[in-house]
Ligand binder design. Structure first.
Ligand SMILES: NC(=O)c1ccc[n+]([C@@H]2O[C@H](COP(=O)([O-])OP(=O)(O)OC[C@H]3O[C@@H](n4cnc5c(N)ncnc54)[C@H](O)[C@@H]3O)[C@@H](O)[C@H]2O)c1
Length: 296
C-alpha cells in the first residue's frame, strides 16, 4: 500500500504552486465592504434564485436585469410561487415574504445598475457574451462596485480583462470575482468563490462576506478550467452519458445505482437535465479545451 493516510489529511505541500497562491490568499473580513444594493443580470434559473435569496436572506434591494421581458415576467412568477410555497409550509411569514418580494425590481436596461454596490452576472455560459457584459458593467456601475460572475467554468481572469482595453488599468478588473452559486440557489448552501489574477483582496473579502450574509457557505478555488465543482462533476456526468451511449446500462439503472448507491439526491442523467444540457455542453467544452483530456 502506497499510503494509508486519508486524502483529506494530505498536507498543503502537495498543492501545486499556482493553486497554493490562490489557496493562501483568503482575505480577512475587515477588508470586506458592505453591500447595500445588489444588481443581478439574467433572470433565468440561477439569476432569479440569486436575486430571491439575496433579497430574502441578506435583505438588500435587488435590481434584476434581463434583455427579455418574458424572462423577467417568468422569473417573478417563479419567485411568487416559491414564496407562496414557503408561506404554506410556514418557512416564512407573510410579512417577510411581502418584504422580500418588494425588494425585487426588474428592468431590461443595464443602465439601471448605476447605483449598485455589487452586481452578479448570470447570463448563458458564452464567453463573448460575458465579456461584452463586463465591459459594459465597468462603464455603468459605480467605481467601487464588485463585479461578480456566476460562470460555471470560464476563466475569471479572462472575463476581468474585458473591463478595460489597457491591461495595466486594474481599476475595474480588480473588482471582478466569481461567486459560483449552485442550483437551486435557495436550497444549496455551497458557493464557489474564484479570484482572477487581477482580483483584489478586498473584492474577495466582500464577495465572501456577502455570500455569508445570504447564509451560504463559501469555498475558494483556483481560476482553472471548471474550477472545483464542475471539474469534478462534469466528468462524472460525461461518464454516465458514455455508459448510456455504449449500453453499459439504461437511463433508469444509471440514475438509480448512483442515487441509491452513493446517497446523492438524483442520478447523473437527471442532474444533467436539471442543470440544462446546453450549460453542461458549454462547461465540458471549456474543460476539454483547457485541460485537453477526452474524458472531460
Ligand atoms: N443551470 C445551472 O445548474 C447552473 C449552475 C451554476 C452556474 N450556472 C451558470 O449560471 C449562468 C446562468 O445559467 P442559467 O442556467 O441561469 O441560464 P438560463 O438560460 O436559465 O438564464 C439566462 C438568462 O440570461 C438572460 N440573458 C441572455 N442574454 C442576456 C443579456 N445580454 N442581457 C441580460 N440578460 C440576458 C436570458 O434571457 C435568461 O433569462 C451560466 O453562466 C451558467 O453556466 C448554471
Amino acid at each position: 500500500m502506497y499510503t494509508t493516510r486519508p486524502l483529506t489529511a494530505l498536507s498543503r505541500r502537495y498543492i501545486c504552486a499556482p493553486c497554493r497562491h490562490f489557496a493562501s490568499s483568503t482575505p480577512t473580513l475587515a477588508q470586506a465592504a458592505s453591500v447595500k444594493k445588489l444588481g443581478v443580470i439574467g433572470a433565468g434559473q440561477m439569476g432569479l434564485g440569486i436575486a430571491l435569496t439575496a433579497s430574502r436572506m441578506a435583505k438588500v434591494p435587488v435590481t434584476i436585469v434581463d434583455n427579455s421581458q418574458a424572462s423577467l415576467d417568468k422569473g417573478l412568477a417563479f419567485a411568487d410561487k416559491l414564496l407562496s410555497k414557503d408561506i404554506q409550509k410556514e418557512r416564512i411569514s407573510q410579512s417577510d415574504a411581502d418584504a422580500t418580494r418588494s425588494r425585487l425590481k426588474t428592468t431590461t436596461s443595464m443602465d439601471d445598475l448605476g447605483d449598485v454596490d455589487m452586481v452578479i452576472e448570470a447570463v448563458p455560459e458564452i464567453v463573448d457574451l460575458k465579456k461584452l457584459i463586463f465591459s459594459s458593467l465597468a462603464q455603468i456601475c459605480p467605481s467601487h462596485a464588485i463585479l461578480a460572475t456566476n460562470t460555471s467554468s470560464i476563466s475569471i481572469t479572462l472575463i476581468a480583462a474585458a473591463t478595460s482595453k489597457d491591461p495595466k488599468d486594474l481599476s475595474a478588473s480588480s473588482r471582478v470575482v466569481s461567486t459560483h452559486f449552485m442550483n437551486p440557489v435557495p436550497i444549496q448552501k455551497g458557493v464557489e468563490i474564484i479570484s482572477g489574477l487581477q482580483t483584489s483582496a478586498s473584492t474577495l473579502a466582500t464577495a465572501i462576506a456577502f455570500c455569508e450574509s445570504m447564509e451560504k457557505i463559501p469555498s475558494t478555488s483556483a481560476d482553472t478550467p471548471g474550477f472545483l465543482a464542475n471539474r469534478i462533476l462534469m466528468p462524472y456526468i460525461n461518464e454516465a452519458i458514455i455508459c448510456l451511449e455504449t449500453g453499459v446500462g439504461d437511463e433508469k439503472s444509471i440514475d438509480e445505482i448512483m442515487k441509491n448507491g452513493t446517497n446523492v439526491p438524483m442520478g447523473p442523467l437527471t442532474l444533467a437535465d436539471f442543470i440544462g444540457l446546453d450549460t453542461c455542453l458549454s462547461i465540458m467544452e471549456v474543460l476539454h479545451k483547457g485541460l485537453g483530456d477526452s474524458k472531460r
